[in-house]
Design a binder for this molecule. Structure first.
Ligand code: AMP
Ligand code: MG
Length: 321
């Protein structure tokens, strides 16, 4: 793969030049690998949608490297949003705010708002700074498929369709950003992610509401997403596992932590059940299981709190029919 290159200073500069020139590059963030283009160039953004096979109604997240860039893109930053930026950026938090004219409709799928975040990854930050423009970037995978946490996964699924893939190893967080929307004086959660919503509530001193409104097209709101081709089943108990084993030939059991004395093929997502480790290994385990040709991937759930919310959200979408 000619386009898969280590994220050296020189290659980051080359990637930035590609972005500036209207091209599309895959790059690491702290969450997952992104597929980036100049967010202000409609033709470049159109290529992201083409490469991913992503429907045009699904808006992109715009990545910035400096707080000053936000003012160019959005009209008004509510006080709460400002507080979150100061506290959690760079980091896995995306904020949806009213957009300015400069952001083209294709980037936001025609919405009057734009989703913005500052990634906490040195390669991503350099790429954005060197390109000198905000970078629109969804995950670097075919639409609906498991998100990539390694450059190899990007190369295997998108290959030569991308102008360059910057490799900086495995992404540390492993699930996408938490998406928050400020609207009409309320704060809504659009998608649980790498930043636990409890931390956001603590800093804001108020509850974040689940978003139930219409008109926000999102993988966050699509029922099936983030899924391998292999069927995923979330287990309710051990009985479920043994029933699956009786019914199917090849079952891969995926556990949050090691359990002794279990028969069959087993993967543990962490050594101790630490949700950070579970999240970091989740997508790569689903991806590898898919390649190994199992009939079913059977997953034991984790408690729905903190990072566990994002983990269970991704698992449910992967398991949706
Ligand atoms: P990703 O798939 O990680 O690139 O995240 C993109 C998601 O961010 C979209 O599918 C939406 O859920 C959300 N999003 C992006 N822009 C907006 C917006 N303007 N309003 C609401 N949600 C948005
Ligand atoms: Mg995605």
């Amino acid at each position: 793969m000619r386009n898969l290159l280590p994220a050296t200073e020189e290659n980051i500069r080359r990637a930035a030049a590609i972005v500036k020139g209207g091209g599309v590059v895959a790059f690491p963030t702290e969450t997952v690998y992104g597929l980036g283009a100049d967010a202000l160039n409609p033709k470049a953004v159109a290529r992201i949608f083409e490469i991913k096979g992503r429907p045009r109604f699904d808006p992109l997240i715009v990545h910035v490297a400096d707080l000053e860039d936000v003012g160019r893109l959005v009209k008004d930053v509510p006080e709460g949003a400002r507080t979150l930026m100061e506290r959690f950026w760079p980091g896995p938090l995306t904020l949806v705010l009213p957009k300015r004219e400069i952001v083209p409709p294709i980037t936001t799928a025609g919405l009057p708002t734009v989703a913005i975040r500052m990634p906490a990854h040195p390669v991503a930050l350099k790429l954005i700074r060197y390109a000198g423009t905000p970078v629109a970037a969804p995950s670097a995978n075919p639409f609906g498929y498991v998100s990539p946490t390694t450059a190899r996964q990007v190369a295997e699924t998108l290959g030569d369709r991308v102008d360059m893939i910057l490799d900086a190893g495995k992404t540390p967080i492993g699930v996408e950003s938490t998406i928050i929307m400020f609207s009409g004086g309320e704060v809504y959660l659009l998608r649980p992610g790498g930043l636990p919503v409890e931390e956001i509530e603590r800093v804001l001193g108020r509850k974040v509401k689940p978003y139930r409104g219409k008109g926000v097209p999102a993988p966050g709101t699509l029922k099936k997403h983030y899924s391998p081709r292999t069927r995923v089943v979330i287990l309710r108990d051990w009985g479920d596992y043994y029933r699956l084993r009786a019914r199917y030939g090849r079952v891969l059991l995926v556990l949050p932590r090691p359990v002794h004395g279990i028969e069959g093929d087993v993967r543990s997502l962490s050594g101790t059940g630490d949700p950070k480790e579970v999240a970091a290994n989740l997508f790569s385990t689903l991806y590898e299981a898919d390649r190994l040709g199992y009939d079913v991937i059977a997953v034991m759930p984790v408690p729905e709190e903190g990072l566990g919310r994002a983990i269970m959200n991704r698992l449910r979408k992967a398991a949706a029919e």
